[in-house]
Design a protein around this ligand. Sequence first.
Ligand code: IMP
Length: 419
Amino acid sequence: MPITMVQDGVFGDTGKGKLAHVLSAPEYCDVAVRAVGGGNAGHVIVEDTRKVALHVLPAGCLYEETKTLLGRGMVTHIPTLFSDAAAIQKEFGVDPLKNLHIANGNHILFDAHKKADAILEKRKGKEAVGTTGSGIGPAYADKALRMGMRFEELMVRNGASKEVVMDRIKVRFRKLLQHWFDLYGIEYSSTEEDQQLQDLLQAQEILEGKIVNTHEFWERQEAANEMDVMIEGAQGTELSVDEDYPYVTASPTSVLGHLQGSGLPLRELKKVIMTAKAYTTRVGGGPFPTRMDEPLRSIIQKKGGEMGSTTGRLRDTGWLHAKRLGKRGHQESADEFAILKGDIFDDLGPVKLAIADNQSGQPVYEEHEGWSGTNGVRVFSDLHLNSRKYHARIQEITGIPVRYIGTGRDKKDLIIVPN
Ligand code: IMP
């Protein structure tokens, strides 16, 4: 039962989608899992001329033969699930719902959660977190309050008639409307309420047969000896709820959080591939000590396409902090690194790498000679010597092997570093 996990070592947006796309191909993977978070994620996948940005569906959905699971640690906005599915169908001509499974414990994220997210951010004023506005915090709050509605409630169980299930959903939804009014003052007109309920009932029709009991799902997989599992990480280690609080997301985005969210046993985790970019980006609030100076900051932002695929916000840009990445790597039991987007530094001059912090907590840098012509290189020996030296230095400082180097947007622009 070899479980592989792709874990972002920084603040998200490091190119997990690309690696997950490669690793969830049916020759390597029986089940591809998204385990935590929701539509706050934005995994962009590019293959030849085709491109898709996924928010709740894992990259495994691009292969009809790979089973996919939206784990019980997620909060899932159903219209986003459907729009991800439509985008895949349009670009890649496959039906991502065909082999999709949704854990019974996965929580439904409603439009009201998005409204509540905006209300809370406004109430916080200057202390706003800078969320993606996807309703993540309020959906997890309902989960913690034991008020949340899980996908399980859309299942037809114990021979109940469809009418009974539909009536049950209606009663639950009306209770939730009252709850959101009490907490946040959210009000809907009766037409809006009816529309939302209709959408929910329609979703029930489409998704009901895809909802599975988490434990039984894994037991069946094990019995069939189909347990090559790839967990596609969401957000990043630094955004985990227990890290730089409150400038974090609302779920545990650590490796352990993902295992909990998938329902898989820790003992079976065989490999953690930690992703980072050759530089760092951050969106939302919170400190960012390795922030670059202008004009390089804006140049990287533009050349690297550093704009949120969920929010359209520009990402702030800084140098990579190798020491900190190493600490996160060890904390998360990373076996190897995938360092992506080093090609963005092509022709931009010297590259700085933070290797420590001084006594006042400010990063200490070393400077590396720049490189050129690395975009699209697919063989390690063809990579510019300075780029090879830079990646070797990351390996030296972190003590964790750099196994993959990304050199472009296409999934094939990925070098496997020889041992
Ligand atoms: P939330 O997850 O929308 O509540 O946002 C909380 C913080 O996490 C904000 O700083 C967001 O910008 C950040 N965040 C959440 N998801 C992602 C992601 O997928 N990539 C990068 N930042 C994210």
